[in-house]
Design a binder for this molecule. Sequence first.
Ligand SMILES: C[S@@+](CC[C@H](N)C(=O)[O-])C[C@H]1O[C@@H](n2cnc3c(N)ncnc32)[C@H](O)[C@@H]1O
Length: 260
Amino acid sequence: MSLRLSRPKPDTHAPQSDGETFLRRFLGDPKRTGAVAPSSPFLAREMARAVDPMAPGLVVELGPGTGPVTKALIARGIRRERLLLVEFDPYFCNLLAGRFPRARVLRGDAYALGETLAGRVTQPVAAVVSSLPLLNETPERRMALLDDAFALMGPEGVFVQFTYGLRSPMPREALAGRYVARSGPPILRNLPPASVWTYRLRGSAAEPKVMKFRDHAERLGARFGERCRATETMIGRHSDRVKEIIKREAAAFGRRGDRP
Ligand SMILES: C[S@@+](CC[C@H](N)C(=O)[O-])C[C@H]1O[C@@H](n2cnc3c(N)ncnc32)[C@H](O)[C@@H]1O
């Protein structure tokens, strides 16, 4: 189920703040809303930091709510036109469409990602950034979401998810072999404290271990290049000196040769 939204509908009973909006939505549907308050800018910034703004393609955000992560993604340098926001709650959809008119807002179910995005993704997806309350879903459903997200992304893609829990929100045992999971430090300034997890395909060039290795190889390559240039300069200097000696010796030989 997905619906393209264009303009926000006026809401005469609109609550004053995002905090109030969130609390109301939470009281209406606690399981789906998953939090009593919007994500803090600290958490949102950490989520956005996991996305490389230079990686080409769309950035799909799941469960953007009132949009703090969307805002942080834009501040990170991702153009609004590159953002595809998938939100289930129609109230939040209208709010998002009003706040981010150049981004695409889709009302739909993130757990049916292929269906929700069918025909809407015509370019590669660089990253999927999720604020979904994953822990309210079964491990199988969470893993199916991760697989769906990677079906949209190239091998360098990244799936970003925050959690209030202490463990990976994607079940570790199910990740084995296919994905590499990394967590950032706890963000204590978010209430409740949360941490950001990133998931990448094992063996992709973007996998942290591979990236470290690649950086090391690049550094070695750069050092090798520098040594080559230094040697060339040295040889150049020496060859000038050798030419000078030959000239001097030739001149001396000439002088000696002139003698009777
Ligand atoms: C924990 S809130 C995060 C919201 C956002 N980070 C914020 O601070 O405003 C989870 C969001 O996921 C949305 N959501 C939950 N289930 C969803 C689903 N199946 N498909 C799309 N969005 C969903 C909720 O409506 C809510 O906006």
